[in-house]
Write a protein that binds this ligand. Sequence first.
Ligand SMILES: [Zn+2]
Ligand SMILES: [Zn+2]
Length: 350
Amino acid sequence: MTNPTSTRILVKERTEHGGVALHERPLRPMGPQDVLVRVHRAAICGTDLHVYEWNDWAARNYRLPIPMGHELGGEVVATGELVTGLEPGMRVSAETHIACGHCRQCRANRRHTCLNLKLFSKQGLGCFSDHTVVPASALRRVPDDLPFRDASIMEPLGVGVRAAMEADLRGRNALVVGCGPIGLFTIAAARALGAARVIAADLHAYRRDLAARMGADAVIDPVATPLVQAAAEASGGEGIDAAIDASGNGRAIQDALSCLVPGGALILAGMPSAPVALDLAKDVIVREAQIRGIFGRLIDETWLATESLLRSGRLKVEPVLTHSFPLERFEEAFELAESGAAGKVMFEMA
Ligand SMILES: [Zn+2]
Ligand SMILES: [Zn+2]
């Protein structure tokens, strides 16, 4: 069988809401370090929604036209001559953070904060397609028994796993603020990694329901009851040892910090769109709180932990994976994802 030379692919073309088209396009020629991947599943990320919507952030960060998609579960079809460790038939997922491998951060085993970091979504690669050609350095091999569906969400799931690991939730009370896909994955990871209680908060009823189905012990509507009060009650009066923000909302971050017990930790995984004011004297210094930002996954430690947790059956992600569409129904898929009345929305290729 000869390898395909073209693919159907979703391309963001115009600077308007939507402005996306499904095309048949020639595949990028394979370089010596490239891999041809057959995409089986590809998931819509918050980043894709910014690009679809074409908000200020997208306009600042992307040039059109750009092929869309970076969260994939696929299969290696062919490899460039210098690629090692990947062979046709192997299953792969993709790491959004493509590291250079030789800067001081990379050499200090911090490839996820590489000084020359390239983002998959800005490289013109795309995976909302039947096939894609990507650099081998962006791929992570996953076991043959891991479903393509699971492989396609390992990148955002890894953020949840890492957040739960950095917060060291064993035997402690965790608060997850924001129950979009990353927050929901964090709930699952907190459960799998032995948190005593997992308390979740979100403004949307649909997402609170998903949080409960992910195994949250208590789910808070911060409009009905102020977060600090509701979290204290839900923890049985013990308080919150670690809060993980997956909302990026300034007010939610301030409240999450106020929920912590003295010596507690706030892990920031959501990305605020503007500076956030914090009361450092009251909430951080006197109460010896720790604040920690996390950006992506540890390469490859988080990938390996995520893989083990998925294969063990301890990390239950099923309820997040709410919708799947064929590529040609992309408008429906994006609109559903934008509405917030969905967990993870993905494309399933034929
Ligand atoms: Zn993503
Ligand atoms: Zn580097």
